[in-house]
Every structure is written in C-alpha cells, then in structure tokens.
Design a protein around this ligand. Structure first.
Ligand SMILES: CC(C)(COP(=O)(O)OP(=O)(O)OC[C@H]1O[C@@H](n2cnc3c(N)ncnc32)[C@H](O)[C@@H]1OP(=O)(O)O)[C@@H](O)C(=O)NCCC(=O)NCCS
Length: 171
C-alpha cells in the first residue's frame, strides 16, 4: 500500500457533514447523491464513521453503522475517496477501520450496496471480497435488487463475511 503517512483517520463529527456533502457531486462523477446522506448519520453514527484528512483537507470518508435489527451485521452506507488520492489504498484502509469497529462489537457480516451503473464501486467491492447477493434481475451478469431503498430504486447488494477472530488485518 502506498498510502501517505501524513493522512490521518478519525471518527466523523456533525461538523464534517457540510464538507462531505460539498464533495459528493465531484467525487461521484457528477451524480448528486447528497439527499441520501442527511446530517442524521453524522449526529448518531460518528463512532462508526470515519474521516481521512491530509493537512486539514478531506481526502476520504466512510459512513457506516452497526445494525440495530441484525446483531451480527454492520452496514456501509457511503464511502468515497478524493479522485487524486484513489488507487493508493485509502478506500481499503477506511473499510478496514470499519471492519475493526464491527469485529470489536462482534459483528461478522458487513453489508453495502451500490448502483448497478457504478462499475467502479462494483469492481472495488468485489476486489475487497464483497459478494453480490442474489437479486430480482440480472443486468450485464450482475444481480440487481429492485426497490431496495425506495420505490424504483435498483441496487447491487453486497455482503462480506469477516473473519470471526480479529486478526489485525481483515480483508
Ligand atoms: C470506490 C473507491 C472508494 C475506492 O477507493 P480507492 O482508495 O481508490 O481504493 P483502494 O486504492 O483502497 O483499492 C483497494 C483495492 O481495490 C482495488 N480497486 C480499486 N478500485 C477498483 C475498481 N474500480 N475495480 C477493481 N478494483 C478496484 C485496488 O486495486 C485495490 O486492490 P489491491 O488490494 O489488490 O491493492 C473510490 O474509487 C471512490 O471514491 N469512488 C467514487 C465514490 C464511490 O463510488 N463509492 C462507492 C462506495 S459508496
């Protein structure tokens, strides 16, 4: 991993919300997903969400939480890395921070989802060991779940099993 040592990772704060929202359209290639990330996540899930910074500049973030209804599961709702910082291991590092948080709380399943159009995210999740759950239809060989988060929503739903025993380097 070539990740710069000057990048620091800390838990998210409510005051991070505005900065995170401001980068979403650019980081997601023009898709405006800001309405899917209300401040609620930063008010109530800060200790399971992470901010990566270099010299005070946001270079990555992960918003996740421990499921209330599924005691073995954690869920990654949003994660992004600043375009100039990609392919250097930062996304993986943020995911590993979340895995550690999950395992510390006896969560051995991590779930996430992404739009079927987001091939970059699908490739990343597969590389990170996530497996697509069976969906309602197949699109270009990928199972797609219909109506997942709202009406007419289409998502590739991912699941990853973490090693039950914390080994300090969960993939
Ligand atoms: C998806 C994203 C978070 C990945 O972050 P990143 O810092 O570039 O990822 P990393 O460098 O940590 O990559 C980890 C591994 O995944 C691989 N990888 C990264 N992007 C990939 C892709 N598009 N396809 C296949 N593999 C990919 C890397 O090669 C690396 O593999 P390795 O472990 O063998 O070295 C980043 O591209 C991004 O922010 N995209 C836009 C937002 C988005 O779509 N987020 C999706 C989650 S909501």
């Amino acid at each position: 991993m070539n990740l710069s040592h000057s990048i620091t990772i800390r838990n998210a704060l409510p005051s991070d919300h505005k900065t995170v929202l401001s980068v979403i359209p650019e980081w997601w290639g023009g898709r405006d997903l800001r309405s899917s990330l209300p401040k609620l996540f930063f008010l109530h899930f800060g200790n399971s969400s992470f901010i990566a910074e270099k010299n005070g500049i946001l270079c990555g973030f992960l918003v996740g939480f421990l499921s209330q209804d599924h005691p073995e599961e954690g869920y990654i709702h949003f994660a992004g890395v600043r375009p100039g910082f990609r392919n250097q291991g930062l996304g993986k590092t943020l995911y590993r921070h979340f895995y550690t948080h999950c395992l510390t709380h006896s969560r051995t399943i991590v779930r996430s989802c992404t739009a079927p159009e987001n091939r970059l995210s699908i490739g990343f999740h597969r590389r990170m060991g996530f497996v697509p759950e069976p969906g309602d239809i197949m699109e270009d060989g990928i199972p797609v779940t219909l109506g997942y988060l709202r009406e007419n929503d289409r998502k590739v739903v991912f699941k990853k099993m973490l090693a039950e025993k914390y080994d300090n380097a969960p993939e």
